[in-house]
Design a protein around this ligand. Structure first.
Ligand code: ADP
Ligand code: MG
Length: 725
C-alpha cells in the first residue's frame, strides 16, 4: 500500500481522545499565571527590600546587586520545587529564530552520599552554553566557544511541566565572550531603551515629568495551519521544509470564501482550548481564536504586552501549539506559504508606545486635530517609515516570506502607510496650517428598529497595506508566520527612536530660540509631512497601478530576500544602529551573513527534497502507470483494435514524463554549480537558478498529478490535506 493510502486509512480509522479540561472546576482566572514567578508571587515570597530592589530593576532598569540575585534565586528554588521542578534552564533566542535551552538539575552532592537541592544567584544570573554551534555569522569560530546567557529580569521565570518532572525556565540574553549579541533579545531590549530615551524627551516638552520609562507594546496575531499528522508524515517536503514543494491545485480552493470565521472543527477547537489553558498557566494573555481565510488555517492572538514580554510569549505560543497539535493527531504548519495557490500565513505585529503610567502615546482621543502630543508621535512614526522603508522590508526577509509578500494575499514588498480617512484628513489639514476639525464616525442606521444603533468608526479598514493605523496602534503586516517578532520590532523601535530624536532636537532648538511649543510643532510637523507623505497610501496595495505609482514616488520595492539583504550592511543602516547602540557594525555584518547562509541552506534543502521526491516517488509512480497504459495499447494493437485516445494519452504521458526528467536533470545541474564567491552572488544564484529550477520541476510534476491514475499517486494531495479535518 502506498504511504498516501496508509495515511488516508489511518485517518479514517483513528478515534481521537480529545483531552478534557473541565472549565466548571478549573476557573480560567485562577489558572492564569499559575506557573509564573510573577510580580504577585515575588511580593508574597521575597523579603520586602529584595522585592523592592527587583521591581526597581524590572520597572526602571536599575542595576541588580549580587546579594539580591542570591535572595531571588533561593526563593525561586523553593517555589519551583513546590511546582515539581527538578531542573532549571536558561532560555535564549539564538539567531536560528527558535529558542534554545540546556537543562541543569538542582541536585548537588552534600557528602556522606546524600544530596541537597541548590540554586544560587550566580546560576540565576549567568549561564555558559557552548556558543560555537549556534549561528554567529563569523563572530565566533568553532574553537572560540565561550558564550554567556544572562538573566533578563524584565521577563519573568516560569515552569514548563512534563509528565516526568517540571523545569524552571529563566528568560535570558545570549552573548559571545567578546560581548557581541548572538541573539534576538539583546538588540530588542536595546532598541526599547533607545525609544524610551527619545520619547521621554518629547514628553518632557509637554510638561510630563512623572513618567520614567516608555515601553513599546506589541500584540502579535499568529496565523497557522493545522492538518492531519498522517498527511504531514507522508510528505517529506512538509516534514523537512515545512511547505509542499509539489502538489497540483485542488478543484476547490478558498474561492467559496467559506473558511474565514467559519465554524471551528471539534478536534481543532479542543486542541486550541488545550493550548490556551497551558498558555494561561504561563501567563500568556491569549484572547482571540478563529478560522482564517484558507482551508485548515487558523489564528490566535493575545492581548498586547511590552515588546520584550510579547516576543517571549510569542515564541512560547508557537512552541505550545506545535507540541500540543501532535497530541491531537494534528501537525501545525507555521511556514509562510505551506500550500501554493492558497493564502499563506503572517504574523500581524500590532505596535504602539506606552508610558510606565499606562498612557498609550498613539491614542488619538476623540479630537485628534487638537491633540498635539498625539500628532507629534504619529508624525514621527510616519517619518520613520518614510525614511527607512528598506529596513522594515529587510526585517521580514526570508526565503519563506518571499512566497507570501506581494502574492495578492499579503501586503506587497513596497512599504507604505494606511492612515484611514480620519487621520488622512487631519494630516492634510496639518500640512497647510493648524488642523481645526476631526471627521467623526457617527452612528450606523441598520434599518431594523428592534436593533440598537451602532457607533461607526470614522474610517474603513484596508487589508492590503503593510503598515496600517488601526485606531490606537500601527499594524505591521509583513511579518511572516514563522518569524520571531524580535527582529522586526528591533528595527521598528530603532527607526522610530531616530525619528523622535530628530523631532525632539528640532523642537528643543525652536523653544530655545524663543518659540512656544505650539508654534514650534506647527512649524515642524508640516515640514516633516511634506517630505514623508510619499509613503502614505490609502488605496489597493495589490493593484498594478499602485506598483507603478509607488515607483513614480520613488518608494523602494525589494521583491525578494536577495534584493533586501544588502540593506543590512549599508552605511546608513550601520550609522543608524550604531548611533542608538542597538547593533554594532560587527553584529550587523554577522546578521547579514547568517541571513544569506540561511537563504542558501533553505533553498538547498528544498531543492534536494524536490530531487528526492521526484526521483523516488513521482517518477516511479508515473513510470509504472505509463507501463500499464503502454501494455494496454500493445494488447489493443495485438487484438487488431485501434488504440485511439489511449494511444494518444500514452504519447502525451511519455512526453510529460520526459519533460519531468529533463527538468530534474537541469535542477540537479544547477545545484551542482552554486558559485562560491561572495554571499551575495550565492543568494542571487540560488534565487535565479535553483528556485527557478524547482518551479520548473513542479510545473511538470503537477501536470502529471492531474492525469496519472489516482491510485498510483504517492503523495497526499491538496484536496485531501486541506479538506480532511
Ligand atoms: P483588530 O486587528 O481586529 O483591530 P484588535 O483590536 O483586537 O484587532 O487588536 C489586534 C491586536 O492588537 C491584539 O493583539 C491587541 O491586543 C493588539 N493591540 C491593541 N492595542 C494595542 C496597543 N496599544 N499596542 C499594541 N498592540 C495593541
Ligand atoms: Mg488585526
Amino acid at each position: 500500500m502506498s504511504i498516501r493510502k496508509s495515511a488516508l486509512q489511518a485517518i479514517a480509522n483513528t478515534r481521537h481522545e480529545l483531552n478534557r479540561i473541565d472549565f466548571k472546576k478549573i476557573r480560567l482566572k485562577d489558572l492564569f499565571g499559575e506557573l509564573v514567578f510573577n510580580e504577585s508571587v515575588q511580593r508574597e515570597r521575597l523579603p520586602k527590600p529584595v522585592y523592592k530592589a527587583l521591581q526597581r530593576t524590572i520597572k526602571n532598569g536599575d542595576a541588580l546587586d549580587s546579594d539580591i540575585a542570591d535572595a531571588v534565586a533561593s526563593s525561586m528554588l523553593d517555589w519551583a520545587l513546590e511546582k515539581g521542578a527538578t531542573h532549571f534552564t536558561h532560555l535564549f533566542q539564538p539567531m536560528t529564530g527558535l529558542t534554545a535551552e540546556k537543562h541543569d538539575s538542582f541536585i548537588s552532592p552534600s557528602g556522606e552520599g546524600k544530596a541537597i537541592m541548590e540554586f544560587s544567584g550566580k546560576e540565576l544570573v549567568k549561564g555558559e552554553p557552548d556558543a560555537s554551534s549556534f549561528p554567529s555569522g563569523g563572530i565566533r569560530a568553532t574553537f572560540e566557544a565561550r558564550g554567556y546567557t544572562a538573566w533578563d529580569p524584565t521577563s519573568p521565570a516560569f515552569i514548563i511541566e512534563n509528565p516526568n518532572g517540571a523545569t524552571l525556565v529563566i528568560p535570558t540574553v545570549f552573548l559571545s565572550w567578546t560581548g557581541e549579541a548572538l541573539d534576538k533579545k539583546t538588540p530588542l531590549l536595546k532598541s526599547m531603551e533607545a525609544l524610551s530615551d527619545q520619547s521621554l524627551r518629547i514628553l518632557r516638552l509637554f510638561g510630563k515629568t512623572e513618567s520614567r520609562k516608555v515601553f513599546t507594546t506589541v500584540g502579535p496575531e499568529q496565523e497557522y495551519f493545522l492538518i492531519d499528522q498522517n498527511f504531514y508524515l507522508a510528505r517529506p517536503d512538509l516534514l523537512n521544509a515545512g511547505r509542499t514543494l509539489l502538489g497540483a491545485a485542488p478543484p476547490k480552493g478558498q474561492e467559496m470564501e467559506d473558511q474565514y470565521f467559519g465554524t471551528i472543527p471539534d478536534r481543532v477547537l479542543a486542541c486550541m482550548a488545550d493550548c490556551e489553558a497551558q498558555l494561561y498557566a504561563l501567563g500568556v494573555p491569549v484572547k482571540t481564536r478563529h478560522n482564517e481565510v484558507a482551508p485548515s488555517q487558523y489564528e490566535i492572538a493575545p492581548i498586547f504586552e511590552s515588546s520584550n514580554l510579547a516576543t517571549d510569549h510569542q515564541m512560547l505560543t508557537m512552541e505550545i501549539i506545535r507540541k500540543t497539535a501532535t497530541k491531537y493527531g494534528l501537525a501545525c504548519l507555521f511556514h509562510e506559504k505551506p500550500f501554493s495557490g492558497i493564502n499563506g500565513s503572517g504574523k500581524h505585529n500590532n505596535w504602539s508606545m506606552s508610558t510606565d503610567l499606562g498612557e498609550n502615546l498613539l491614542n488619538p482621543g476623540d479630537t485628534p486635530h487638537d491633540n498635539a502630543q498625539f500628532l507629534v508621535f504619529c508624525v514621527a512614526v510616519i517619518r520613520a517609515v518614510a525614511k527607512y522603508p528598506e529596513l522594515l522590508r529587510v526585517s521580514v526577509a526570508s526565503a519563506a516570506n518571499d512566497h507570501r509578500l506581494g502574492a495578492n494575499e499579503a501586503p506587497p514588498a513596497i512599504i507604505s502607510i494606511f492612515l484611514g480617512t480620519q487621520l488622512e484628513d487631519i494630516m492634510e489639514q496639518l500640512e497647510k496650517g493648524p488642523p481645526t476639525s476631526t471627521k467623526q464616525g457617527g452612528t450606523m442606521e441598520i434599518g431594523v428598529t428592534v436593533l440598537p444603533k451602532l457607533p461607526k468608526d470614522a474610517g474603513d479598514r484596508n487589508r492590503t497595506s503593510p503598515f496600517a493605523f488601526t485606531g490606537n496602534k500601527f499594524e505591521f503586516r509583513a511579518v511572516g508566520a514563522s518569524q520571531s517578532i524580535g527582529g522586526p520590532n528591533t528595527v521598528l523601535n530603532t527607526i522610530v527612536a531616530e525619528s523622535l530624536d530628530f523631532v525632539a532636537t528640532e523642537l528643543e532648538k525652536a523653544i530655545k530660540g524663543g518659540k512656544d511649543l505650539k508654534t514650534a510643532i506647527q512649524t515642524l510637523l508640516p515640514q516633516i509631512l511634506k517630505e514623508s507623505k510619499k509613503v502614505l497610501f490609502g488605496g489597493d496595495g495589490y493593484s498594478e497601478e499602485w506598483h507603478k505609482e509607488a515607483e513614480k514616488r520613488g518608494l523602494p520595492n525589494l521583491r525578494t530576500t536577495p534584493d533586501a539583504l544588502p540593506v543590512i550592511v549599508r552605511k546608513d543602516s550601520i550609522d543608524l544602529f550604531t548611533k542608538y547602540k542597538v547593533y554594532t557594525a560587527r553584529e550587523l555584518e554577522s546578521r547579514y551573513h547568517i541571513l544569506c547562509e540561511n537563504y542558501v541552506k533553505t533553498l538547498n534543502i528544498e531543492a534536494k527534497l524536490v530531487l528526492m521526491m521526484t526521483k523516488t516517488m513521482v517518477a516511479p509512480a508515473v513510470t509504472k502507470y505509463v507501463g500499464e497504459v503502454a501494455s494496454t495499447v500493445a494488447s489493443l494493437k495485438a487484438a487488431g483494435v485501434d488504440a485511439g485516445a489511449t494511444g494518444e494519452s500514452l504519447k502525451t504521458l511519455t512526453g510529460q514524463l520526459n519533460a519531468l526528467h529533463k527538468s530534474v536533470a537541469d535542477l540537479e545541474s544547477a545545484l551542482g554549480h552554486v558559485p562560491h564567491g561572495s554571499p551575495q552572488d550565492e543568494i542571487v544564484y540560488m534565487r535565479d537558478k535553483v528556485l527557478a529550477g524547482m518551479k520548473e520541476v513542479r510545473k511538470h510534476s503537477d501536470a502529471l498529478e492531474a492525469v496519472v491514475a489516482d491510485d498510483h499517486w504517492p503523495l497526499p494531495t491538496y484536496r485531501e490535506m486541506l479538506f480532511i479535518k
